[in-house]
Design a protein around this ligand. Structure first.
Ligand code: 5GP
Length: 196
């Protein structure tokens, strides 16, 4: 049966695995991908635009919507609520457009209950030693933050291994090659071919 609906791609990765760079590249190289827009109760930062960066809303509105089951997954992060609105995903894929999302391994597990058809792509660093080297090389975090990020990465990788549903796992040992692999993988799935 031919499927006219768009595909849903979910990317997860521990911080430092290179996901942000890879997704930025993907967005530029495959323009028909639509980035999912999350809802949040956090205040907009300078330059952030409502309905573009996030759907900014009050806590009351968020909790009302959560109660009505309008989010595919949600989390409380650093004192604010964040969630993925189902309506945005449904409207996008029903138009035949493909959606791309960035969800942590825990959120992905919730998300799968609503969208089991989503394609999960896990990006991993070559190892924790290499991840530590990258985090230190960024020169942007203090020692405590680096250790916290490493510990979080370890927990996320363990959770993904034990409980994650990822159709594809890509070890980012070379950024250039990883970008190409991810690009050809996404293109091949969009064109309804399987595998890479
Ligand atoms: P920020 O406030 O810096 O934009 O994002 C803070 C955190 O919230 C990040 O770790 C980001 O991944 C997470 N986040 C953003 N949107 C969502 C969402 O829709 N669902 C979940 N579970 N986390 C989100």
């Amino acid at each position: 049966m031919t499927e006219n609906k768009g595909k849903i791609f979910v990317f997860s990765a521990p911080s430092g695995a290179g996901k942000t760079t890879i997704l930025k590249f993907l967005k530029e190289s495959i323009p028909e991908l639509v980035y999912s827009i999350s809802a949040t109760t956090r205040k907009p930062r300078k330059g952030e635009i409502d309905k573009h960066h996030y759907f900014f809303m009050s806590e009351k509105e968020f909790l009302d919507r959560k109660e009505k089951n309008e989010f595919a997954e949600w989390a409380f992060v650093h004192g604010n609520y964040y969630g993925t609105p189902k309506s945005f995903i449904d409207n996008t894929i029903n138009k035949g457009l493909h959606i791309i999302m960035d969800i942590d391994v825990f959120g992905k597990k919730q998300f799968d209950k609503v969208y089991p058809e989503a394609v999960g792509i896990l990006i991993l660093p070559p190892g924790l030693k290499e991840l530590e080297k990258r985090l230190r090389g960024r020169n942007s975090d203090d020692e405590e933050t680096i250790l916290l990020r490493l510990e979080n990465a370890r927990k996320e990788m363990e959770f993904a291994r034990k409980e994650g549903k990822y159709e594809y796992t890509i070890v980012n040992d070379n950024l250039g090659k990883t970008k190409c692999r991810v690009e050809s993988l996404v293109k091949s799935i969009i064109q309804n071919r399987t595998g890479e």
